[in-house]
Design a protein. Structure first.
Length: 172
């Protein structure tokens, strides 16, 4: 984690210093190793846990792409930035919001179909946004797809989880 933080902070202050790309690649490799040790395949049956692994995988991917983009000026850093923001931050935000809402409202810590759909939508939004940065001919359709999936994911959270947070729990 220290190498990851050092690499990302260094990039924020010195975005054109090429050796930072190597530091980011090292951070990505170490965090991939960390992620693999968590045995993510064991969480396939429970999307509420699986999505946390997916969110962390976005962090690894974004860091690796950022490192590569710093070393090769032909690669756009925007793909990395969107992997880190739409991918890692967007996914983790929804993962934590759904898990915390379910736990704090006395519901099972298990994803229902709507929650799984929310996770699929945010993942598709992130994929489309990252690919749009590299696919010039398809950029606009991918951006529209990403925006629609993003709005659908967060809108679905609001519609499904809003009543859980605003209304008293069912007493039936």
């Amino acid at each position: 984690m220290a190498i990851l933080h050092t690499g990302l902070l260094s990039w924020a202050f010195l975005p054109n210093l090429r050796p930072i790309g190597l530091l980011l690649l090292l951070a990505a490799m170490l965090n991939l190793w960390r992620l693999l040790r968590w045995c993510g395949l064991a969480t396939l049956a429970e999307p509420l846990l699986l999505i946390l692994h997916i969110g962390y995988a976005w962090l690894v991917l974004g860091t690796a792409v950022l490192g590569l983009a710093m070393l090769d000026s032909d690669l756009a850093q925007t793909a990395a930035i969107h992997a880190l923001t739409a991918g890692a931050i967007g996914t983790m935000t929804l993962a934590v919001m759904t898990r915390a809402t379910r736990g704090h409202t006395g519901r099972d810590l298990s994803a229902d179909r709507i929650t799984s759909l929310i996770y699929i939508l945010v993942t598709l939004a992130a994929i489309a946004r990252v690919v749009a940065a590299a696919a010039a001919d398809w950029a606009m359709p991918l951006l529209i797809t990403s925006a629609c999936c993003w709005i659908a994911a967060f809108g679905s959270f609001m519609l499904w989880y809003g009543p859980m947070l605003l209304l008293p729990p069912d007493t039936n």
